[in-house]
Design a protein. Sequence first.
Length: 390
Amino acid sequence: MIPAAFDYHRPETLDEALKLLKKHGDEAKVLSGGMSLLPMLKLRLASFAHLVDINRIPGLDYIKEKGGNLCIGAMTRQAALERSDLIRTKYPILADAIPLIADPLVRNRGTIGGNVANGDPGNDQPAIMLALGATFVAQGGKERTIPANQFYKGLYSTALAPNEILTEIRIPAPPPRSGGAYAKLKRKTGDFAVAAAAVAADPRKERRDRARRHRPHECGTDAHRGGRRREISRREDAGRENHRRGRAAGGGEELAERGPPRHGRIQEGNGPRSDDTRAAQGGAARRGELTMAMHKISVTINGAVREAEVESRLLLVHLIREVFRMTGTHVGCDTSHCGACTVHLDGEPVKSCTVLAVQADGAKITTVEGLAQMAASSSVQAGLSPRSTV
Ligand SMILES: Cc1cc2nc3c(=O)[nH]c(=O)nc-3n(C[C@H](O)[C@H](O)[C@H](O)COP(=O)(O)OP(=O)(O)OC[C@H]3O[C@@H](n4cnc5c(N)ncnc54)[C@H](O)[C@@H]3O)c2cc1C
Ligand code: FES
């Protein structure tokens, strides 16, 4: 599946990104690692008219200690946290938790800022941030700091305003002889937690402090994963009901009244999609109000420079397969789980179904065809081939 149409913006400074968010209000969404946002857009659970990609803004990617805090730039990838000696030696909860988040390919793209700002109680970082007493720094006109325990408002709802960008996560340095741990129960490797617990212990205090039991899908009165399922199924019911009523009215008034999925919010279930609605409206493309800019991109794929003109929503896997006709990269799922679409992007393995083609502009890509070329010229392959081993 591919996302509904949107316009893609790639600001080069924080100021530029903030101006775009201010201009487009709740029609715009920040895109960082894309590992939560793009699957949602692909499944059409959400739709936004504008994506503001903050991946190329310098200075948002760091891990350092300053003023008694561990300061982590919001664009720091989960893989960088996993490799950090500072985190491994001084922040045991983070060191425990990060390798348990998703799989290495997701961690290569996913950022700490995205995990925190997503507002999904299924994510691992929110409970950890609560246990560690973290504070979040947001920029949006002026800077403000928000304690983690005041940040989460509900399912996919946080204290961040639509025109704000989370820029830094601050975690107080652990006092001497303190410790902590994170444990996660999941159905299989790479999955979201069924239940998880983050504990930060400070022996100077008499009672166990800052311990959080985390039932990841629990949010307000909507309990556990069932809550999310109920929410989705409520939306589906609403969508089906709308669709049924629209049909009963001959595809007329009520359908037109409902209109296509609205940008800037979670959609009202699986009712008619934008394309169906467009057809039902005799081709009056409401989404057509959006100017879908095409982007000229240039990538180096398996050593050869290739250029293409792509729509914002085109996924990298489709660029590789359908535009460049390299069909060794596959699509095996709609949920970014299977890894059949894996390619190397600037040397890091990523899921090409969860990266926009336009994001690869200027990048070096290696597909399985490129790996085959490399293997063919390697001495290992040469040594094995005569014995029919490979
Ligand atoms: C197969 C799979 C398995 C996964 N398993 C787990 C798991 O076990 N545990 C887990 O915790 N996560 C899991 N995830 C989610 C993953 O960790 C995401 O990377 C993370 O939730 C979001 O980070 P991101 O950088 O990719 O954010 P994006 O997807 O780019 O953004 C997520 C949301 O946060 C907002 N946002 C992002 N950055 C900012 C910012 N700086 N300021 C303001 N808003 C921002 C976006 O607008 C969007 O609403 C999984 C994902 C996949 C695809
Ligand atoms: S993870 Fe990309 S197609 Fe399954």
